[in-house]
Design a protein around this ligand. Structure first.
Ligand SMILES: [Zn+2]
Length: 233
């Protein structure tokens, strides 16, 4: 076989290998983490914690309110019970009762506020949790698909690597050297077609003698302009 054609085959196989490897790397990245899902999980967790905090605050407030009610009841009994007759003492008792009633109404207001807040947060939490469950499910499916795709790519990659090994065994070492050196300088496309007299690597017309040499195929012929290996079909 034409020596340039062997290198052209190698170039194609290596391009395909690079493509598959890139696809596998992308899938690995995808499988590695799901940032949107993680963000949603964090949101659910912090909302859950906030609801729990509110529940504790409400319980504490309810207990304080209960003990205030008892104190208020006691003070009122004293005030209206008829045992205290001293006007000064009565006045101070009245003030005490008024102050406690003020505190009670503020506490009740705060309690109401907190309960409304908790209700809102609980609703939000419920919605987020069902969104999370749905997204988890979708992610599991996506992951399964990605795994399958990755497996197929890995199989294809194995096949390509075997093909490449077999091909390498048929390529003269000196040709391989030229190919490798050119690739390190010019990138992955170093074997190019010569159409008529025109190099498809640089678009410049080559001398007829060069084209003839390339056509004979028994040695590697480089484009005098761009230095790439010329392939004639
Ligand atoms: Zn060229």
């Amino acid at each position: 076989m034409n020596r340039a054609a062997l290198l052209f085959q190698l170039q194609n196989i290596e391009a395909e290998i690079g493509e598959k490897e890139g696809q596998i790397a992308k899938l690995n990245q995808l499988l590695d983490s799901n940032e949107a899902l993680n963000a949603l999980k964090t949101k659910v967790q912090s909302l859950k914690a906030r609801c729990e905090e509110d529940r504790i605050t409400i319980r504490d407030l309810e207990l304080s309110l209960k003990s205030l009610e008892e104190k208020l009841k006691e003070a009122k009994n004293k005030l209206y019970g008829g045992h205290v007759r001293n006007p000064k003492e009565l006045m101070s008792l009245e003030k005490e009762v008024q102050a406690m009633e003020g505190t009670r109404s503020r506490m009740e207001e705060r309690l109401l506020e907190l309960m409304e807040q908790l209700e809102k947060e609980s609703e939000e939490l419920k919605a987020l949790e069902s969104e999370l469950a749905e997204k988890e499910k979708a992610w599991q499916q996506e992951k399964a698909l990605a795994f399958k795709e990755k497996e197929e790519l890995e199989k294809a990659l194995e096949r390509l690597n075997r093909e490449r090994e077999a091909l390498l065994a048929t390529i003269p070492a000196e040709d391989l050297n030229v190919y490798r050196q050119l690739r390190s300088r010019k990138g992955p496309r170093v074997v190019v077609q010569l159409k008529g007299l025109i190099c498809q690597g640089c678009g410049i017309t080559t001398p007829t003698i060069i084209a003839q040499e390339a056509r004979s195929g028994d040695k590697l012929v480089l484009c005098p302009s761009c230095g790439r290996i010329l392939l004639t079909m």
